[in-house]
Write a protein that binds this ligand. Structure first.
Ligand SMILES: Cc1ncc(C[n+]2csc(CCOP(=O)(O)OP(=O)(O)O)c2C)c(N)n1
Ligand SMILES: [Mg+2]
Length: 894
């Protein structure tokens, strides 16, 4: 199991006397000079040996015992007995909350066993480490394990922050008096929860980037976060999610000594053991040590200390190391006699070691994660760690205290019901003053405010700066630039051709120079700055690096050389969309976490956004994050050449499902300027909790001036761009275009006019999703208020007096435009890029997907045929004249 880089080491000791001498020397150095000196000598020895060709056995793991030996444990600063009583009451209430919720409504869910195993880890934190917020201090930032939420609620109930009605309504948020959200959701409990975690793996990666963002804020002089700690509680099963471990090297590389992971190693996940045939603690130790973390193992409770002290020949440690997790789990549910026989019985000497202990005592030998003194020692070492992040691997029992009802059992994760006898046992085990008569109802218990327990609890939280979690600190609204500040981008671009990506970068660079908000912008790029033409920013604002630039960059002679700086503003994340999104969330929630309005702009390949890290964007919505997501190189036909894993035509469809995301597909630079400024105003002046998604393209073309009065339409989603008439009485169509394909709609307008004498309007649709959402909201209101004057949606207002047919073209799948179909007179005929796609140039791709001007014109004619304004022969001829092959492949299945 141990991740050992095997080297053949001779077994057996050929010269014990010599060995003893060396060991004595080590003991001497340790006693007289301390562990640091011992460490120095050992590494000097190792280096000397290596240089002389002696390969030293390297392990990435240490023996299966506590990292902090008993004699180096600090004294415990609290009152163990009172803390135990408080913890017991919290255990009881947390369990009762779940049991009662499920008694009343079977299937409502909730978890008992996660918190049961983690209670000591949390309570030591609450009583001694987690610091609350004060005026200028953001407090510690704590990522609670989602399934442990009943325990966090139970504590808040004692603290008087949650009332009994809410506890009763756990997971029933629509009940009178309010309820409690299932997991940490700031969206649902915005003054309580701060960091959503329950989608496994997201908590850890967000915590890492949060800790790094705190250094960024500090290094840039925006806010001093040097005293904050970021604590992240993680399940051992959760470590199998790639996001959990995927960014741990960033944490050590960036020397995030403000970061602490606490991994609750209860050896179980939902179905069964995390590593039945191995040892999860050792595996994780190897991974974290290899990544350069400070690893602290908390495996054994204090009743093992005397046994380990007597283990002179190391047999106990050997036995501890050879037993696999599946067996350790078994020891939890079996009597002491089984442990004696199977664990200690392997070696006769070990049986002697525990001869003086009864079977009962053996079954009660505690695991480290249930021993407050061991946990305290680990936490203290973690907060004192300098120069690297710390992970605490705490061994616990899943469902601790549930006894027959689930302690250590494979079913325990989903245990939600305890019968009367099990409740009585739980009550007795934890000494909760509830009578036999009452216990079956699982009443909540809260001692009087003047009881020693409550006094202690309040005193501890007061000393640590207030309650946790507590989402209160809010940034003040700020003034954001007005359109007049970016007037140059609203004018015609002249002969210059450039892409909307470039258009965005132009606007962005201007905003960077804005006195009010320039400093607050946080550009985030996963290694595509050059692709997006953002490399001039390297020089202009610098790439953030805590250690500055320790080398002379290869391109230092050039104007926009690769400049890293401690006060750099750009977060160049390397190839990690997940990491970049975690930075986005840290920046986008800084308004709440730190009281500063940071404005993230995360720019990426649109294909690798919603579909790749959609879960994190969803989490950002839950966290009430703000900022701009920029899906560059968007458009299934606009990004030529790259082929089907790059060409995005569906991110707008995905984005439409994210309620706090406002998604736009602009075509011109002025549209981008209007959308970005409106977004800033809404998010940072009006303080709406929302995000913007803007797709950007890489096709170069000319950009016209903004039509008079178009701003409102741009923001709302539609405005009229061009009107061409073929004369009185001629048929007319409405052409809707978005993004880079707006120009195909304009070209179709000319074809229709010149070849077929058809009049048309061309509308720029910047956001189908915004239009649809507003139309739906208006429709809903009208439905519920039949007696009141009926409202009109913006779409209705914008199209007042216009009739169909309506034909749309965009570089997205049809369903994006079809969102508004129900709100257009006569419906919508949508063209779109459905299908996997392929590598080609733009023009052939647009024909392949049937979204180019010719296909738009044919679609328009076909709709006129349906309305009787045009005959079939004319349509058939047009198909031929415009060069469309009726037998071409269907792009949907091609
Ligand atoms: C991404 C994701 N997949 C699956 C789940 C469902 N799930 C919730 S808890 C759990 C088991 C958790 O085990 P572990 O991480 O060891 O936590 P423990 O409860 O043992 O502390 C699973 C599979 C989830 N919440 N998120
Ligand atoms: Mg677990």
């Amino acid at each position: 199991m141990a991740m050992t880089d095997a080297v053949d080491v001779p077994s057996g000791d050929s010269d014990p006397a010599e060995t003893a001498e060396w060991l004595e020397s080590l003991a001497y150095v340790l006693d007289e000079k301390g562990p640091e000196r011992a460490q120095f000598l050992l590494s000097a020895l190792e280096e000397a040996a290596y240089r002389q060709g002696v390969e030293v056995q390297r392990t990435s793991t240490t023996p299966y015992i506590n990292t902090i030996p008993a004699d180096r444990q600090p004294p415990y600063p609290g009152n163990r007995e009172i803390e135990r009583r408080i913890k017991s009451i919290i255990r009881w209430n947390a369990m009762a909350m779940v049991v009662r919720a499920n008694k009343e409504h079977a299937g409502i869910g909730g978890h008992i066993s996660t918190f049961a195993s983690a209670a000591t880890l949390y309570e030591v934190g609450f009583n001694h480490f987690f610091r609350g917020k004060s005026d200028n201090f953001s407090g510690d930032q704590i990522y609670f394990q989602g399934h442990a939420s009943p325990g966090i609620y139970a504590r808040a109930y004692l603290e008087g922050r949650i009332n009994e009605t809410q506890l009763v309504n756990f997971r029933r948020e629509l009940q009178p008096g309010g309820g409690l959200s299932s997991y940490p959701h700031p969206w649902l409990m915005p003054s309580f929860w701060e960091y959503p975690t329950v989608s496994m793996g997201l908590g850890p990666i967000m915590a890492i980037y949060q800790a790094r963002f705190n250094k960024y804020l500090t290094d840039r002089g925006i806010k001093d976060c040097s005293q904050n700690h970021v604590w992240c509680f993680v399940g051992d099963g959760e470590c199998d999610e790639p996001e959990t471990l995927g960014a741990i090297t960033l944490a050590s590389r960036e020397k995030l000594d403000n970061l602490i992971f606490v991994i609750n190693c209860n050896l179980q996940r939902l179905d069964g053991p995390v590593r039945g045939n191995g040892k999860i603690i050792q595996e994780l130790e190897g991974a974290f040590r290899g990544a350069g973390w400070n690893v602290i193992k908390v495996i054994w409770g204090d009743d093992w200390d005397p046994l380990l002290a007597k283990d002179e020949d190391g047999l106990l440690v050997k036995r501890m190391g050879e037993v696999v997790d599946g067996e350790y789990q078994k020891y939890t549910v079996m009597p002491g006699s089984y442990i004696r026989e199977n664990f200690f019985g392997k070696y006769p000497q070990l049986l002697d070691l525990v001869d003086h202990l009864s079977d009962e005592r053996l079954s009660k030998l505690r695991r480290g994660g249930h021993d407050p003194e061991k946990v305290y020692a680990a936490f203290k070492a973690a907060v004192e760690s300098k120069g690297r992040p710390t992970v605490i691997l705490a061994k616990t029992v899943k469902g601790y205290g549930l006894g027959e009802a689930g302690e250590g059992r494979n079913i325990t994760h989903q245990q939600k019901k305890l019968n009367e006898e099990e409740l009585r046992e739980f009550r007795t085990r934890f000494g909760i003053p509830i009578s036999d008569k009452e216990v079956g109802k699982a009443p909540f218990y809260r001692p009087p405010d003047d009881s020693p327990e409550m006094q202690y609890l309040f005193e501890r939280r007061k000393a640590l700066g207030g309650f946790v979690p507590n989402r209160t600190m809010r940034a003040q609204p700020i003034e954001t630039p007005a359109l007049s500040d970016v007037a140059e981008f609203l004018k015609e671009g002249g002969e210059r051709v450039f892409s909307t990506t470039q258009g965005f970068v132009n606007v962005f660079r201007k905003l960077l120079r804005d006195k009010r908000i320039g400093k607050l912008l946080v550009p985030i790029v996963p290694d595509e700055s050059r692709t997006f033409g953002m490399d001039p920013l390297f020089r202009q604002i610098g790439i953030y690096s805590h250690s500055g630039q320790l080398y002379e960059p290869v391109d230092s002679e050039q104007l926009s050389y690769y400049r890293e700086a401690k006060d750099g503003q750009l977060l160049e994340e390397g190839i990690t969309e997940a990491g970049s999104m975690a930075s986005f969330i840290a920046a986008g929630t800084a308004h709440a976490a730190h009281g500063v309005n940071m404005i993230p702009f995360f720019i990426y390949y649109s294909m690798f956004g919603f579909q790749r890290i959609g879960d994190m964007i969803w989490c950002a919505a839950d966290a009430r994050a703000k900022g701009f997501l920029l899906g560059a190189t968007a458009g299934r036909t606009t990004l030529g050449g790259e082929g089907l894993q790059h060409q995005d035509g569906h991110s707008h469809l995905l984005a439409s499902a994210y309620p706090t995301v406002r998604a736009y597909d602009p075509a011109f630079q002025y549209e981008i300027a209007v959308i970005v400024l409106d977004g800033m105003r809404r998010m940072y002046t009006e303080q709406e909790d929302c995000m913007y998604y803007i797709t950007l393209h890489n096709e170069d073309y000319r950009h016209p001036a903004m039509p008079e009065g178009a701003e409102r339409g741009i923001v709302k989603g539609i405005y009229k761009l061009s009107e061409k008439s073929a004369g009185e009485g001629r048929p007319k169509v409405q052409l809707l275009g978005s993004g880079a394909l707006l120009r195909e709609a304009l070209r179709a307008q000319d074809i229709l006019l010149e070849k077929y004498q058809i009049s048309s309007n061309v509308w720029s649709v910047t956001s189908y999703t915004e239009l649809a959402r507003e139309a739906q909201a208006v429709e809903r209101w009208n439905l519920l208020h039949p007696l009141e004057e009926q409202r009109k949606s913006f779409l209705e207002e914008a199209l007042a007096g216009e009739t169909g047919p309506f034909i749309s073209t965009s570089d997205n799948v049809r369903a994006v435009a079809e969102q508004v179909s129900a709100y257009l007179p006569g419906g919508l005929y949508a063209l779109g890029t459905d299908g996997l796609g392929r590598s080609e140039n733009r023009a052939p791709l647009r024909r392949h997907f049937e979204v180019d001007a010719e296909c738009v014109a044919v679609a328009a004619l076909s709709q006129l045929v349906r309305q009787g304004h045009c005959d079939r022969n004319c349509l058939a001829k047009a198909i031929q004249d415009l060069g469309i092959d009726p037998e071409k492949v269907d792009p949907m299945t091609a």
